[in-house]
Design a protein around this ligand. Sequence first.
Ligand SMILES: O=C[C@H](O)[C@H](O)COP(=O)(O)O
Ligand SMILES: C=C(OP(=O)(O)O)C(=O)O
Ligand SMILES: [Mn+2]
Length: 449
Amino acid sequence: MTEAALQAAGVDSYLACEAKQQPAWPDQDALERATARLREVPPLVFAGEADVLRGHLAAAGRGEAFVLQGGDCAEIFAEATADRIRNKIKTILQMAVVLTYGASTPVIKIGRMAGQYAKPRSSDTETRDGVTLPAYRGDIVNSFAFTEEARVPNPDRLLDAYHVSASTLNLIRAFTTGGFADLRRVHQWNKGFAANPAYARYDQMAGEIDRAVRFMAAAGGEFDALRTVEMFSSHEALLLDYERALTRIDSRSGLPYDCSAHLLWIGERTRELDGAHVEFMSRIHNPIAVKLGPTSTAADALALSERLNPNGIEGRLTFVARMGADKVRDVLPGIVEGVRDSGVPVTWLTDPMHGNTFTSESGFKTRSFDTILDEVAGFFEVHRALGTVPGGLHVELTGDDVTEVLGGTEEIDDEGLAFRYETKVDPRLNHQQSLEMAFLVAELLSARS
Ligand SMILES: O=C[C@H](O)[C@H](O)COP(=O)(O)O
Ligand SMILES: C=C(OP(=O)(O)O)C(=O)O
Ligand SMILES: [Mn+2]
């Protein structure tokens, strides 16, 4: 019955389109067994939650809130531990406090978490010391270990991804509603970190918040809203076998939702208008995002809006600009202007990470903190000049003290990258750099209106 309803809703139409960046599964029977099972498992999110997020994204598009979307480039099964998940949540919560308090703006918190397991790659292969193997495509497909066996796409990993996502999401829900995220613990979130200017600044702000909260409590205020935090999940909807298998008919509306996450996005490498990703996403009713890189045009953006949001529903479509600091001021204005003039509702985020990646002299894939900030500043400048709304920030970050991005007040240099470089794909802001970025974005945001 449900399968019939899904098919009637057209969720398989993408099968007729070219799907880029999909693994070549060697064992089709194993793939079918895995997806058949995934079609039966409970959904990870409820369609009603996705609707709530759509409403929040609409508010961000109007400038009434600000989106903070962050997490790993690629989540790793073995790293889905309580400590690491807690550190990531804590980082997002701390950044959100800085933004909310610093810019007096509600912050919508979205993790690149609980499903960010599939990676598009520039090359299908990787060569090390003269040995060439299939590229690592994320834990949902194969393993990072550099052996022939590890790199074979294994459909059992789809089920692993579902289960690890479920346990991650469970912990996110527990932490954000069970007391950990209570604003009266704002000081504790900063404990245990070494002395550093960003932490000192945070501590001072936490002190002010603490006093305000105590004052309101003494004055008899109601605090339920401060005890829990709303946090949403998101990932790139890259692996269509997985996304389709987790699509369900919403019992309230009879409409299909991809219940693998609240928000799904289409990446820069798979946003062709006639491609399978756009076709699939046009059929589901979650809020969705599309990355726009430096080769995008206003015509591309408008065509995507027509395909993905033909009814002009506010909050349905978010564009994530990832132009590069050297291009954002030249390329983005024409696109934002075209969208503005057409009147279609779009929420604009900046991803200042993906257009600013390079290989350091010592051979690490990295980004520089100042360049990342420069792209964020450029994004705000473009919107200010056009009278449009810079609606949020999309970043790759971790709650751990890794050394993957150059710069910041710790002044991580090329030599320093080797100290704790852990990412399997792209370099992430560490905890301290994330907080530092939040303070700088809070200043830009305060000047938004
Ligand atoms: O996360 C984004 C992409 O998957 C990543 O930047 C691609 O990296 P590659 O160029 O190393 O394949
Ligand atoms: C693959 C990613 O980005 P993009 O599609 O913008 O390159 C990503 O967000 O990790
Ligand atoms: Mn990435």
